[in-house]
Write a protein that binds this ligand. Sequence first.
Ligand code: AMP
Length: 139
Amino acid sequence: MTYDPDNIFAKILRGELPCHKIYEDTDTFVFLDIMPRATGHMLVSPKTPCRNVLDASAEQLAACIMTTQKMAQLAMTAFAADGITLQQFNERPGGQEVFHLHFHILPRHAGVSLRPPGQMADQAQLKEHAEMLRALLAK
Ligand code: AMP
């Protein structure tokens, strides 16, 4: 399986498509999922190309998991969450739809199920959440 440089997240990383950005560092980039399965659903990707954990380097994986922890801790505070679900899918039979490595961060509240996949969020609400998360990070 080869990496397709025209996948949608590669275009977001190159700034060719818009996103609700939360955070970036040298190695990773974080933005909101446009079809959130929980309020505050974020995606963490490496800035450099790889399809998923099967072809990622140790450096890409390490950078992503450190950023994932930072964003999970942020989400706990930002959304007064009771817990966090992490998801990560590999290749189409494994549930992957976008073939640039990403980790899903899903803030969870006791007794609240994940929403079904494929439901577009209200863009104004995503914008508001992104601004709130960036403001918390800037503190
Ligand atoms: P998967 O590859 O199965 O881990 O899922 C890809 C995820 O990317 C899904 O949760 C989609 O809602 C999300 N997604 C697809 N296109 C975009 C986009 N342009 N911006 C943000 N999230 C997206």
